[in-house]
Ligand binder design. Structure first.
Ligand SMILES: [Zn+2]
Length: 287
């Protein structure tokens, strides 16, 4: 298998019941395997069909769930007939799918890092609007449960990074899957308040996760290092407070989206807009 295929179709076995199907250096797509069902958390950009990778791991029926509606988590949903997502992110995901210009932009960005991808991707098909029109979406809410037989996954609403962001918690193992909301990686917060919640809402979500400290053994984020400790959520919270106190020194940098201010704090980099500073100064941070 050459480099491009390898990096779109890699299988990393974390243990017998947990696999990571990473797509290039983008999202960590997790496959959790129980005795009656499996669950795929996020589908990535879906540059290449990776269903055969899932088949290599399990023949069980697979629930497909999105952590939120960003393109690197949900554009790959076109590969599946049924997908679960929070209703608050549904329209956002469809809007990305209908935006051929942005889809082309993300592919070009990826070619810079992995030129061989060009040989495998059907670019014209991929950037066509409406690829997700063949997928049926089901809406999930707080405390919904996916029963995988000997394992289960509970939906925890954590609005912030998007209004429809969710985490999944596996009580039998103590695994917490946090999407983009907690990770030792870039946390994007520059898309505007129409698409991303005020800081207070995000902090409330982080507090909710921190309150689960007795139950959580390992945290599996959608990007970067994995697993990481739950203290990463505390660090993210501290990073927001630090940002609002010290934003004056932050520089603007280029990102895959728009340019954004960069605030570094320990393992975390928050990329944000002026609007978010104004929001914090206006509304405060204490919940
Ligand atoms: Zn995201």
């Amino acid at each position: 298998m050459d480099k491009a295929l390898l990096r779109c179709k890699s299988i990393e076995k974390i243990n017998n019941q947990l696999y990571c199907l990473k797509e290039i250096e983008s999202v960590n797509r997790y496959l959790i395997v129980g005795t009656s069902h499996a669950l795929l958390f996020d589908t990535g950009y879906g540059y290449l069909d990776f269903k055969e990778q899932i088949k290599k791991i399990t023949d069980l029926p697979v629930y497909v769930v999105n952590s939120h509606g960003h393109p690197d988590h949900g554009l790959g949903d076109y590969l599946f007939k049924n997908v679960y997502i929070h209703v608050n992110d549904y329209y956002q995901l469809l809007a990305f799918d209908n935006d051929s210009t942005t889809k082309l932009h993300t592919i070009k960005y990826r070619y810079k890092k992995l030129p061989e991808l060009k040989n495998y991707i059907n670019e014209q098909q991929y950037i066509k609007p409406g690829n997700l029109s063949h997928t049926k979406f089901h809406f999930i809410k707080d405390h919904d449960k996916f029963d995988l037989g000997n394992l289960s996954l509970e939906v925890i609403e954590i609005p912030g990074h998007t209004y429809g962001s969710i985490a999944l918690f596996c009580p039998e193992k103590g695994w917490l899957f946090t999407g983009d909301s907690v990770c030792y990686y870039n946390i994007y917060y520059q898309m505007g308040l129409q698409l991303q919640a005020p800081w207070k809402v995000y902090i409330r979500s982080l507090n909710r996760l921190l309150n689960m400290n007795k139950q959580v053994s390992e945290l599996y984020p959608a990007h970067g290092q994995k697993p990481i400790p739950l203290s990463a959520a505390k660090e993210t919270k501290e990073a927001i407070f630090d940002l609002v106190k010290n934003y004056q020194d932050d520089r603007m940098i280029k990102t895959i989206n728009k340019d954004a201010y960069a605030h570094y704090y320990k393992h975390t980099l928050i990329l944000y807009s002026n609007e978010m500073v104004k929001e914090a100064l206006h509304n405060g941070l204490d919940d």
